[in-house]
Design a protein around this ligand. Structure first.
Ligand code: NDP
Length: 275
């Protein structure tokens, strides 16, 4: 079990990926994203999750360069956007992201959404980037079991990560089991339900463990073996979200949190999106 903010899971290709990172969706390019990434790195975070679509890769790049932390101590993820899917356009999108981030090699490159009729070609481009050594690990995002089955059928390199919406109201049990079985690391987006943390059970467990509702949920992710990337632009919350390595939820409380599932999504449904 992870004991420290820098602790890692080992992906199916042997690359280490931190269990907890900072998400920067909806964080504004410029001072806002630079300040949050800077504060996270000062706090001890080593993993940052961005995407071409977040339009803040340059700020992320500036903050990591300014941090003074050696590049190889950090784990940087970005994603190819839907409009750029396809073989050649993905290779171009990767170059653009790499340039904006100011990095030679990325740690993890993901297909942002499973765009029908496109994601297999896109995956071939990710396989090339991986084989060329331009990225240390490749994966997908918002893939359901059937998308993964389709991709695994005929791919040369199996995905190392699947980043999906995952929280106590959307526990994704069949997807989690499938990913475990196929050694694909599940990663939780919107782990904090986009800030909608006012659930009675979270308040009860918060009092019981002396931890905030956010910390209870992030700990639940870790105990499920799920990588998590809470977003915050608030310094004390960036610190709070990292302070989840000094307590353990009981098996019974894990099961009570699991039982909150309503298959409720705060974000789009990967089987029915039109962007
Ligand atoms: P989160 O579930 O991480 O919630 C973020 C919200 O919770 C913000 O409003 C934040 O406020 C608030 N918050 C943060 N910490 C606390 C705390 N300790 N107590 C109370 N409130 C808190 O939402 P995201 O949707 O941003 O998901 C996280 C990351 O996942 C994204 O930033 C992105 O990197 C990734 N993602 C990926 C997607 C994909 O399709 N692959 C889709 C969506 C997200 P404040 O910032 O004001 O402190």
């Amino acid at each position: 079990m992870a004991q420290h903010l820098k602790d890692c899971t080992v992906l199916n290709n042997g690359v280490s990926m931190p269990w907890l990172g900072l998400g920067v969706w909806q964080v504004k390019e410029g001072e806002e994203v630079e300040a949050s990434v800077r504060h996270a790195i000062q706090t001890g975070y080593v993993s940052i999750d961005t995407a071409a679509a977040y339009a803040n890769e340059e700020g992320v790049g500036r903050a990591i360069r300014d941090s003074g932390v050696p590049r190889d101590s950090l784990f940087i993820t970005t994603k190819v956007w839907n409009a750029h899917q396809g073989y050649d356009s993905t290779l171009r999108a990767f170059e653009a992201s790499r340039r904006k981030l100011g990095l030679d090699i990325l740690d993890l490159y993901l297909i942002h959404w499973p765009v029908k009729g496109k994601y297999k070609e896109t995956w071939r481009a990710l396989e090339k980037l991986y084989k060329d050594g331009a990225v240390r690990a490749i994966g997908v995002s918002n893939f359901q079991v059937h998308h993964l089955q389709d991709l695994l059928d005929g791919c040369e390199v199996a995905p190392m990560v699947n980043q999906v919406e995952f929280h106590p109201l959307l526990t994704q049990k069949p997807l989690l089991s499938f990913c475990r079985e196929h050694r694909i690391q599940l990663e939780a987006w919107s782990p904090l339900m986009q800030g909608n943390l006012e659930l009675p059970l979270l308040a009860e467990l918060s009092a019981k463990y002396g931890k905030s509702a956010a910390q209870i949920v992030l700990r639940w992710d870790l105990q499920h073996g799920v990588v998590t990337i809470p977003k915050s632009v608030t310094s004390h919350r960036i610190e709070e979200n990292a302070n989840v390595f000094d307590f353990e939820l009981s098996g019974e409380d894990m099961a009570r949190l699991d039982a909150l599932n309503q298959d409720k999504r705060f974000g789009p449904d990967p089987d029915n999106f039109n962007f």
